[in-house]
Design a protein around this ligand. Structure first.
Ligand code: ZN
Length: 95
């Protein structure tokens, strides 16, 4: 049985492998794509809706106890790779 985490965007629980981990590095929130960075992590579905909701509510900062950390360029870049709608990702990916 896979460990379960709560998505900080939509607050529903999901298997850990279906979520991505976000950590605070210095004053920047970064996506920990390999889920190996040290420290506290926040978990979120890899879709734009959950990220945007989490950012709007400062849910990452609260989960990480780092309200001084803000989304940086690496997270913005990650967001551009995501689909707006969950489940719409069965097209061929480039890169
Ligand atoms: Zn979610």
């Amino acid at each position: 049985m896979d460990p379960v985490r709560t998505c900080v965007g939509c607050r529903t629980r999901a298997d850990k492998p279906s979520l991505v981990r976000v950590v605070a590095q210095d004053f920047e929130l970064v996506v920990d794509e390999t889920a190996t960075k040290p420290g506290r992590g926040a978990w979120v579905h890899p879709n734009r809706g959950c990220f945007v909701r989490a950012i709007d509510r400062r849910a990452f900062g609260r989960a990480l106890k780092r309200l001084d950390a803000v989304p940086g360029t690496s997270m913005a870049r990650f967001l551009t790779t995501l689909d707006s709608h969950p489940g719409a990702s069965d097209q061929t990916r480039t890169g």
